[in-house]
Design a protein around this ligand. Structure first.
Ligand code: COS
Length: 382
């Protein structure tokens, strides 16, 4: 079991501590799952996470209006990621894909949450495009008003759950003003005419991912989430919450790598003694432990700040994501090094962590974008 002393930190309430302990037990019983068919594995994971109640934390309860609890989201992602990256992915997408509905959805739109929280519908967040990933305001996709409807045309890419989602949260240009002030957010059910999967994308840590094509996709104006022209702020508000949770997933991967390394260096003999007695090895272990704790502090600082009522946690969330994902990459790289040949052997835990962590430094705002966000907040005095 990984170090759980962080649960004593004052960022948490007892309900968080209980959540972490019971999810750990659930993970030991249920994870990892077979990854040979990632679509099937994700659907099964969503169904089981829903059935066993974990997805209730992924979105607000439509019957009891409240807030997303970011500490619970982070604890769940950290714990799932430590046991199985695909389980973390399945949980995370149910939250990211419905984040706009949780924050800005009408009561009718919140009906989707009954299904996504129960694990009977999958959701996806469709923001990136072939020519706009980091620069959201440059998006090309259009949504043109036609009476009481909007007609969507364009492409979205790198869409997690693309191809298996039941509902997509889609951002498009409605043109109220140039750039960031002319975007809107729409809910588009997967079966809507004109929406098609153009390509499934294969990546180094496989999970459902696709490029989507929207060809005259017609949705009613009831599909609009939030106000027209406010789509950029909707997207950024969702990312303010979910960026901290990406940091939490990275933290889970890093803790797993550290855990595996501690076993390895105690067991493996080198130059007539356990590796753990070599000071050069101890130096790696110390750096790894420091990176893990510093990431945890930033992740749970951001989560606690949001849960304590802050309207925006843009700087805190960007710092948590930037630090935790970059440092997890370092921790995992050291773990691979200390495992020698085993570290790059297909199927070894540190080999899979090495592949799993990389995308987290890119999606939901690349490390470079997080630096822009942090610097702007500092320069604006935020
Ligand atoms: N919450 C609420 N509002 C926000 C916000 C946030 N976190 N961040 C920005 N805004 C608001 C700003 O206050 C501004 O409002 P006004 O028009 O009222 O002044 C508006 O949104 C535009 O903000 P800004 O001028 O900063 O927009 P930019 O286009 O310069 O933003 C960055 C640039 C890089 C910060 C932004 O595009 C970004 O975060 N990119 C990464 C996107 C990403 O994560 N992509 C991955 C896709 S998901 S896998």
């Amino acid at each position: 079991m990984a170090d759980a002393s962080f649960l004593n930190w004052p960022f948490f309430d007892d309900r968080h501590r209980e959540l972490a302990v019971s999810l750990e037990e659930w993970c030991i019983k249920n994870l990892p799952v077979d990854h040979s068919d990632t679509d099937a594995a994700c659907k099964a994971l969503v169904a089981q996470l829903g059935q066993d109640g974990w997805l209730e934390h992924s979105a607000v309860d439509p019957d009891e209006p409240g807030k997303l609890d970011v500490r619970s989201l982070c604890l769940i992602r950290e714990t799932l990621a430590r046991h199985d990256g695909l389980a973390d992915f399945a949980f995370a997408m149910q939250g990211l894909g419905t984040g706009a509905i949780s924050l800005f959805g009408s009561s009718e739109q919140q009906n989707w949450l009954r299904k996504t929280r129960a694990g009977s519908a999958l959701s996806a967040f469709a923001l990136s495009e072939p020519k706009s990933g980091s620069d959201v305001a440059a998006m090309d996709m259009t949504a043109t008003r036609d009476g009481n409807h909007f007609v969507l045309n364009g492409e979205k890419t790198w869409i997690s759950n693309g191809g298996i989602a039941d509902v997509y949260c889609v951002f498009a240009r409605t043109g109220e003003a140039p750039g960031a002030r002319g975007l809107s957010c729409f809910l588009v059910p997967a079966e809507t005419d004109g929406l098609a999967v153009a390509e499934r994308l294969e990546v180094i840590a496989p999970h459902p991912l696709a490029r989507l094509k929207f060809d005259n996709v017609r949705v009613s104006s009831d599909a609009l989430v939030g106000e027209p022209g406010q789509g950029f702020k909707v997207a950024m508000s969702v990312l303010d919450i979910f960026r901290s949770t990406v940091g939490a997933a990275a933290l889970g991967f890093a803790r797993r790598a550290l855990e595996a390394t501690l076993v390895r260096v105690r067991e493996r003999e080198l130059f007539g003694a356990p590796m753990s007695e070599l000071q050069m090895v101890q130096g790696h272990v110390a750096d790894m432990a420091l990176d893990v704790d510093a990431s945890a502090l930033l992740v749970y600082r951001a989560a606690w700040t949001k849960d304590s009522g802050a309207a925006r946690v843009t700087r805190e969330a960007a710092m948590a994501k930037l630090h935790a994902t970059d440092k997890a990459q370092d921790v995992i790289d050291r773990a691979v090094q200390l495992h020698g040949g085993d570290g790059v052997r297909h199927g070894h835990i540190v080999e899979s962590l090495y592949r799993e962590i990389r995308a987290l430094r890119i999606y939901e705002g690349a490390s470079d974008v997080q630096k822009i966000v942090i610097a702007r907040q500092m320069l604006e005095g935020g």
